[in-house]
Design a protein around this ligand. Structure first.
Ligand SMILES: Cc1cc2nc3c(=O)[nH]c(=O)nc-3n(C[C@H](O)[C@H](O)[C@H](O)COP(=O)(O)OP(=O)(O)OC[C@H]3O[C@@H](n4cnc5c(N)ncnc54)[C@H](O)[C@@H]3O)c2cc1C
Length: 185
């Protein structure tokens, strides 16, 4: 039983995973390595960078996650279900259990069909057909959070990264029963 499983290792999922792993939660990230950000080699709207490629953002995110003992597996999630003790994630390779889940798989969430509600996406190039419905704390259902293009149409890297952080902070707040803050010295 892991503490947290993050489904999707693009920008939102990686950022959420870095927060939960840094907090000391046993974190597993499951990803099929098809992040939309791989389409861009020249992101200029992120503070802290003159320009950065999607590939480099993902590489450094994975490195940071491993630094905090997060685990990454290249597996496709095919089902998500509740059990008596938590949530069971089924992949093309096996089953995993966790206390909390973050959905961060952009437009793909058929595996969560029975556990969360959806809202229609907006029209436009590259837009997702639908999004996971969440509250303002990025919570989709009991112990299930969603982040990035999984739950919003707002289509920029910085938004996905911020959404990932927000989902993780709210998940940790729920788990600890008090507002979670992450302060470095
Ligand atoms: C053509 C294009 C150009 C862009 N250019 C810019 C730009 O210049 N500047 C900018 O700020 N933003 C840009 N973006 C937007 C940016 O790519 C997105 O905002 C960002 O990738 C969203 O992050 P995310 O984590 O929500 O989704 P993604 O980064 O797409 O991550 C989703 C992850 O989930 C994984 N996944 C999906 N289904 C499953 C499953 N069943 N099991 C396991 N893993 C799964 C995928 O493999 C993927 O790695 C561009 C996007 C596109 C398409």
């Amino acid at each position: 039983m892991r503490d947290v499983i993050i489904i999707g290792g693009g920008l939102a999922g990686l950022q959420a995973a870095v927060f939960t792993a840094k907090a000391g939660e046993e974190t597993l990230l499951l990803d099929t390595e098809e992040s939309l950000v791989l389409n861009t080699a020249n992101i200029q709207n992120l503070i802290g960078f003159d320009s950065v490629s999607g590939q480099e953002l993902l590489r450094s995110g994975k490195e940071k996650l491993r630094e905090f003992n997060g685990e990454i597996k290249n597996e496709e999630v095919t089902a998500l279900a509740r059990t008596d003790s938590g949530l069971k994630v089924t992949t093309d390779t096996g089953d995993y259990e966790a206390e909390y889940i973050v959905l961060a798989s952009a437009g793909i969430h058929d595996y969560a069909e029975d556990l969360v509600e959806f809202e229609e996406g907006v029209e436009g190039p590259y837009m997702m057909e639908r999004h996971v419905k969440t509250d303002q704390a990025n919570k989709a259902a009991n112990r299930i959070y969603a982040a990035g293009l999984a739950n919003t149409w707002e289509y920029q890297s910085s938004v996905a990264i911020g959404e990932g952080a927000k989902a993780a902070v709210n998940l940790l707040t729920d788990k600890y029963g008090e507002p979670y803050t992450d302060h470095d010295t």
